[in-house]
Design a binder for this molecule. Structure first.
Ligand code: DGJ
Length: 372
């Protein structure tokens, strides 16, 4: 066998046994993040589920070009045991080639989040759905279910929640801010950017931008996580929050959101509560520092927008705030900005770091140093 051919075969067998990318041991916010095939991870607006010792990252599979923000493929899932290195597990929920289907190819399917139901042993995915050809007018939330974490997920239905039901704290927003709530009372409330949160008691909550993105709604899901109960609250009426992300630390609930500027970045906000259902108290902008790659600091959240707060398994008080740096002109090139969360004087703080690893959670200073 000639030399070049022998080296080629040796390389090929190495690549079959081992992924042909070097193992990563650091987070590099805003950079290309290769999966086990060396391909930039395609899981935008995502969320992470930790199940049986493995992390699963679900997100929007974007495609190239301006149409890349539409759902042309579905929800992508990756797995990891260390949070740095991710193996492509394929498409967990596929779009459908059936005209008029809710998740017809070309619809808008955003911010998928998956939770596990201990009672039913099912994996439940909720996501923001906009029907094909209707822009962002449909404002629906949708649910799919699977027996296996990586899918395939079976699409169940979409809805506008709480038709004919007033929120438990409607009185808080009585007045001009209440117009959209009343308008949508009979048909169900709008639901756009959303996330899910499972509390320690197993109760699951759906948190969404409703009322034309003016007011957040937090709803208790049914015990099987597949539907809405009648319990929901309005949060920050008229506050214009979207991109909600929630975590719980020392019996307090913390939320990070953004303002409303489409794909363009704006200043993040944060809030704290003693109960998921509130009342929520605003805490101000959680972002600290500047992203040297684009010169953007807290006023533009380093050029990114919140999507999820990921609890690091086995490390009490360790959370990673996941943000997306959108690239609407070539959506597939969107970047991930993952940063460690700090809790400082009752506030949630997200400090920019160019490079970091999980050892930051072992440094006592990381949790106590004041925000500058
Ligand atoms: C901002 C939202 O957070 C995104 O998920 C997406 O819906 C864009 N707006 C669309 O402009």
């Amino acid at each position: 066998m000639n030399r070049p051919l022998a080296s080629f075969i040796a390389l090929l067998s190495f690549c079959t046994l081992m992924p042909c990318t070097q193992a990563e041991n650091v987070f590099r916010p805003g950079e290309i993040w290769p999966d086990n095939h060396g391909v930039h991870i395609n899981a935008h607006g995502g969320g992470v589920l930790h199940h049986d010792g493995v992390y699963y990252w679900f997100g929007e599979h974007k495609t190239e070009g301006r149409g890349g923000n539409q759902a042309n493929v579905g929800v992508h899932v990756y797995r990891s045991t260390d949070l740095y290195n991710w193996k492509d597990e394929g498409i967990a929920l596929k779009v459908v080639d059936e005209p008029g289907h809710d998740i017809e190819r070309g619809c808008v399917l955003e911010r998928p989040k998956v939770i596990y139901n201990e009672k039913t042993k099912k994996f439940v995915m909720w996501f923001h759905l906009e029907l094909k050809g209707q822009g962002y007018a449909a404002a629906r939330t949708a649910v799919a279910v699977a027996d296996h974490v990586t899918g395939p997920y079976t699409y169940l239905r979409s809805l506008r929640p709480h038709a004919g039901v007033w929120p438990t704290n409607a009185v808080e927003g009585r007045g001009p801010q209440n117009g959209y709530l009343r308008r949508d009372f009979a048909g169900g409330q709008m639901s756009r950017d959303m996330t899910l949160f499972v509390d320690d008691d197993g109760k699951a909550y759906h948190i969404t931008a409703s009322e034309e993105n003016r007011t957040l709604h937090i709803s208790l899901l049914t015990d099987d996580y597949l539907d809405f109960t009648d319990q929901y609250v309005r949060v920050f009426p008229g506050g214009a929050n979207e991109a909600p992300a929630i975590c719980k630390h020392n019996d307090k609930y913390y939320m990070i959101t953004s303002g409303l500027t489409g794909w363009a970045p704006n200043a993040a906000r944060s809030a704290v509560a003693d109960s998921v259902m509130g009342p929520w108290k605003p805490l101000g902008n959680p972002a600290v520092g500047v992203n040297p790659a684009n010169g953007l600091g807290p006023e533009k959240t380093f050029g990114a927008q919140s999507t999820f707060i990921l609890p690091v398994a086995g490390k009490d008080g360790a959370f990673i705030a996941m943000f997306d740096q959108w690239r609407p002109r070539n959506a597939i090139d969107g970047r991930y900005v993952w940063l460690p969360v700090e809790f400082v004087d009752g506030r949630i703080v997200v400090r920019y770091r160019e490079r970091w690893d999980l050892s930051v959670f072992d440094e006592p200073a990381a949790a106590t140093q004041p925000a500058d």
